[in-house]
Design a protein around this ligand. Structure first.
Ligand code: ADP
Length: 622
């Protein structure tokens, strides 16, 4: 509908509306004056042609104000008056009575004017109503009880494509191929009972395209209460439905994706404390869907050991308004433990208040898999350690044998000193001291051996790496010596502690020593020297390097040295360095190899130094 046309219709409606109301006063007065005028002309001037001319003027003037039916009424009234005037003038004796003539004129003109005004006002009102219905964007039509369309507004014509003359007289539901949400009988029953019905319909436009409408029906009854027509107002919601469907679909995708990835989402307004969770977040936390979520609900579900940390993270986030990421455990009502990882991004809303948008992922499966991997790595490390120790058995046996032999010798010597005529007790005492210290040495070696061959859970404590190095030397001593290798320790004093599993770190050291010794075996033209160095690097890390003067590393092998099953030795397994690297990674450290400036290679590892206030202590340090 064009704007100009709308304005014109509104203007006309505004013009007609006051006319209809003032006419109830104006027209009787005008009619009275007109009647007096006609009487005066008719009686005083006594000119029938002048009276007739007056009637014509009246009718012509009325054209300006009245609807055609009003003009018709007025014309008929004037004609009747003219005939009556003629009859009165030429008829019975009382006809000349001026009062009767005035009365008759007043009556005739008044009645005519009343009829004209009534008709005109009625026509204006229905015209105004029809025009107003054309103003709305909604489609409005009226159908009779046979479902035939009797009125069709402009909105309906525009929306459906049929003009009113094409629609009127058609059976509405056939024309628009209506699809009802319920059986039509049910709908009609409700309409007759309540006078109204509302629902969604699917219609077909003239060009066949479907149209989804929110439809409102109201039943019109006549004065006798009989249903006569139905006014149907339809609001096009096709686009809205499409958008709703698209939204529903994308929400369904999102929910499915969240379910598959075990990732829920959340929103948190710090100012209002309002927390919104997605369905998956409710599932992860094991709560039924609820309209409101509180920080207390989260803390309550958190594992008691992690509650303080969670509170701290939440408080810090609320205070600083900065992104956060944390991992903690949930203790579920059935006693099971879930690991969750939450990340949140801080945003500022329109009111400058901080709001967090985040995701929470159930990482239980990942953590369990990591734990299983750690365990199998530990088992593998154990097997490899036992294998290495097995390979070193001869050397270790020799290492234990030595103090035992010394004990026996000292025993024999002691006896000899006692068997003298004057027993030399001082010598006996010395022999006994030697026996004790040799016994201790043998015991120490067996103790180390047992510790290394025992399968224990990874136990990280703060420990002195120099001490750990020194402990393994007795086990390696004989091996190193028998291969003609001289071992030198260059250990930096007063190193900070490192956090680690003593046995696993010693396994790494043993592996590096054995590899170094083996790398020097083929060398015949230079001395076999192995240096074990410890130091603190610039980044505050504790470094341990095992440097040999062996065959060195072939540049082509550098990338594969740490791969499982990579070996260049005829009877090698190729697992040693791979296990050492995973031990170091498990300790948050790293292990690497480099070629020496001179002959040979250096293998070294670096570990973060450990600060005692971080709770751990070197429990097994003796
Ligand atoms: P294995 O000793 O059973 O071969 P490792 O994983 O300990 O298994 O070592 C893998 C390979 O790395 C060795 O076969 C050798 O080629 C190389 N390698 C290890 N240590 C040294 C070293 N100190 N010098 C030269 N090459 C080495």
């Amino acid at each position: 509908m064009s704007c100009g046309r709308q304005k014109g219709t509104i203007a006309m409606a505004q013009m007609l509306s006051p006319l209809a109301s003032v006419s109830s006063i104006l027209f009787p007065v005008a009619a009275g004056l007109l009647a007096i005028g006609i009487f005066a002309v008719d009686t005083l001037v006594l000119r029938p042609d002048a009276t007739a001319a007056l009637y014509v003027v009246v009718v012509l003037l009325s054209v300006n104000f009245l609807h055609w039916r009003g003009v018709l009424f007025l014309s008929l009234g004037c004609a009747a008056l003219a005939i009556l005037g003629y009859l009165l003038q030429h008829g019975p004796s009382y006809a000349g009575d001026p009062f009767v003539r005035l009365l008759v004129s007043l009556l005739a003109i008044g009645t005519t004017a009343f009829l004209a005004v009534k008709n005109q006002a009625g026509a204006a009102v229905s015209r105004e109503r029809a025009d107003l219905l054309d103003l709305t964007h909604d489609t409005i039509f009226v159908r009779d009880m046979e479902d035939k369309i009797t009125y069709w507004n402009l909105g309906a014509a525009e929306r459906y494509g049929w003009q009113s003359h094409q629609a009127i007289g058609q059976v509405a539901h056939q024309l628009m191929r209506t699809v009802f949400p319920a059986p039509l009988e049910e709908i009609n029953t409700e309409l007759l009972r309540t006078g109204r019905w509302e629902g969604e319909l699917v219609h077909a436009r003239r060009d066949g395209r479907p149209l989804v409408v929110a439809s409102r029906w109201s039943l019109q009854r006549d004065d006798g209460g009989r249903p006569v027509a139905i006014l149907e107002t339809n609001n096009d919601i096709t686009e809205r439905k499409r958008a709703e469907d698209a939204l529903r679909r994308s929400e369904a995708f999102l929910t499915e994706a969240q379910r598959l990835s075990h990732t829920g989402s959340f929103g948190w307004s710090v100012a209002t404390g309002e927390i919104i969770w997605s369905d998956e977040t409710f599932r992860i936390f094991g709560y039924d869907k609820a309209p409101s979520v509180t920080v207390d609900m989260i803390v309550q579900r958190t594992h008691p050991d992690d509650r303080a940390a969670v509170r701290q993270t939440v408080d810090r986030a609320a205070r600083d308004g900065k992104d956060f990421s944390h991992e903690y455990r949930l203790l579920m009502p059935d006693g099971s433990v879930r690991h969750v990882h939450a990340v949140a991004h801080a945003t500022k809303g329109a009111s400058e208040d901080v709001e967090f948008v985040g995701a929470v992922t159930d990482v239980t499966a990942t953590r369990r898999a990591e734990e299983a991997l750690r365990q199998s790595q530990a088992e593998l490390a154990h097997v490899s350690r036992v294998t290495t120790l097995g390979e070193l058995t001869a050397s270790i046996a020799h290492e234990v044998n030595q103090p035992l032999a010394a004990i026996v010798t000292n025993g024999e010597v002691g006896l000899q000193w006692l068997d003298r005529e004057v027993p030399d007790l001082a010598e006996v005492r010395e022999a006994l001291h030697d026996m004790i210290s040799n016994g201790r040495r043998a015991g120490e070696i067996i103790h180390r051996l047992r510790a290394l061959s025992k399968r224990t859970e990874t136990q990280k404590v703060g420990l002195d790496i120099n001490h750990a190095i020194r402990e393994v030397i007795p086990l390696m001593h004989q091996e190193v010596l028998s291969r003609g290798v001289s071992l030198r320790l260059e250990l930096a004093p007063a190193l900070p502690a490192v956090l680690g599993d003593r046995v696993q770190l010693q396994q790494v050291i043993i592996n590096l020593i054995v590899n170094g010794v083996e790398a020097m075996a083929p060398i015949t033209d230079r001395s076999h020297e192995l240096v074990i160095r410890s130091q603190l690097d610039d980044a505050g890390q504790v470094l341990v390097a095992v440097e040999d003067a062996g065959v060195g590393i072939d540049p082509g092998n550098v990338r594969q040295l740490f791969d499982p099953f990579f070996t260049t030795k005829p009877s090698g397994m190729g697992m040693g360095l791979s296990i050492c690297r995973s031990i170091m990674e498990n300790h948050g450290g790293k292990l690497w190899a480099s070629r020496n400036a001179g002959p040979g290679a250096t293998f070294q590892f670096a570990l973060q130094s450990h600060h005692p206030e971080e709770r751990h202590c070197d429990q097994d340090r003796r």
